[in-house]
Design a protein. Sequence first.
Lengths: 112, 114
Amino acid sequence: GDSVTQMEGPVTLSEEAFLTINCTYTATGYPSLFWYVQYPGEGLQLLLKATKADDKGSNKGFEATYRKETTSFHLEKGSVQVSDSAVYFCALDTGTASKLTFGTGTRLQVTL
Amino acid sequence: DAGVIQSPRHEVTEMGQEVTLRCKPISGHNSLFWYRQTMMRGLELLIYFNNNVPIDDSGMPEDRFSAKMPNASFSTLKIQPSEPRDSAVYFCASRPGQGLEKLFFGSGTQLSVL
């Protein structure tokens, strides 16, 4: 079945540090890949997505590239801010079941 | 649009009591999802509906859980009887169709079963 594996958190960084959160997936078919972010006390919201191999999704300084050869979709940001502190979820959707499969989430904590 | 609206925001109940969680999806959205979030298990899909019809309920933990969607603007998730291990945050989400579109999440219901 479809699955998403994320690096375990929490990830603690100082402001302006470089961020990488690893995500790999297993899927039948050709999934679309997503990163969702959950700020404290809120529901998840879409951060970025990529729908086919080699696509790069980007938003708010975050980027992720769909790598079919390594079945990965790692999230990166060049310079994190305290306001980026949140839980980040990698997810996939093959469209066949019309439902998202989420990873377990990675908590990011950014300190001054 | 007000987004996906869930109620109550917080629910504290005693073991054995019935709990009903409510969700109003975004107007015009045809698909609705119920998720449960815990520290141990992360985000789990419980059930989803398309055009008010349950499509996949394989994530519903057991018979104590039931979900309904009587119309396009309202869904409920009921737990009867509730148990302490049901304590979690329950999220409702909706999206316009069945395609590869983003989900819009509500703010969740924090359920505590004592």
